[in-house]
Design a protein around this ligand. Structure first.
Ligand SMILES: [Zn+2]
Length: 246
């Protein structure tokens, strides 16, 4: 869910639990999380990175990861190989062989790109979207979404009962954290912050920053269902805003 909602979600959950505000299935978890918010806050940065990596591995195992020899993986590797250590981050990239037009980033720097997005974008547009995802890692948006997912997750209860942090979670619980980050809606200001980060990233590496605009224009042609557009602000508005700054 997007930040316009999510900032006040815990309060809402406790106060009125309006069904329209969020998925009913996570209602109870949210209430639990609100009662127990302190526990999630105690996760250290190291815990989050470790759990983020384990969560990426578990989610990879649930998805069809493109083999290194595939055209998709080769294309992504070519585009990203010089960004494995970007801006002080350790990044890793994989393609999911899935028609979904999507990409997401976990707090450890695992960035996953869906084949559907790659099919739609030119190399420059793809690297612009990847720059946006790197922005979510660098600006710690992925971290706070992960923390939020952890706070609302059954995984937290398992950890609490076992007294550990990462390592004590089942693979399905770890994969579920990644899935929640993928489906999370970041706040409008986080999104715009990551858009700005992508523009800086594009300029820094000599890419064409206008590719971010054209990627948004392509995304604007999609419906709002099951794609990056369902978790992000209207791409046409983002395109217009970026165009005005270039
Ligand atoms: Zn985003």
């Amino acid at each position: 869910m997007h930040k316009f909602f999510s900032l006040s979600l815990l309060t809402l959950a406790l106060a009125t639990t309006p069904a329209w505000a969020f998925d009913l299935s996570i209602n109870n978890d949210l209430v639990d999380a609100a009662k127990d918010a302190g526990k999630a806050a105690t996760l250290s940065d190291d815990d989050i990175i470790k759990m983020g990596r384990e969560s990426a591995n578990a989610y990879d195992a649930q998805n069809k990861v493109a083999a290194p020899s595939s055209d998709y993986a080769k294309r992504l590797t070519k585009l990203t190989q010089k960004h494995l250590k970007e801006d002080g981050l350790n990044l890793n990239f994989k393609v999911y062989l899935d028609d979904n037009v999507n990409a997401f980033a976990l707090p450890d720097g695992s960035i996953r790109v869906y084949a559907g997005l790659m099919d739609m974008m030119t190399d420059q547009e793809l690297i612009a979207v990847i720059g946006h995802e790197i922005g979510h890692v660098k600006l710690q948006h992925s971290k706070s979404q992960f923390q939020k997912a952890y706070a609302t997750s059954a995984a937290r209860k398992g950890v609490a009962s076992q007294g550990g942090v990462a390592g004590s979670l089942a693979k399905s619980q770890l994969a579920d954290l990644a899935d929640q980050v993928l489906k999370a809606q970041f706040s409008q200001s986080d999104e715009l912050g990551s858009d700005d980060y992508s523009i800086k990233f594009m300029k820094k590496h000599g890419y064409d920053p206008k590719a971010l605009v054209s990627s948004f224009k392509k995304l604007a042609t999609l419906g709002d269902v099951d794609s990056i557009t369902s978790t992000h602000p209207a791409p046409s508005k983002r395109a217009k805003r970026i165009e005005e700054t270039l």
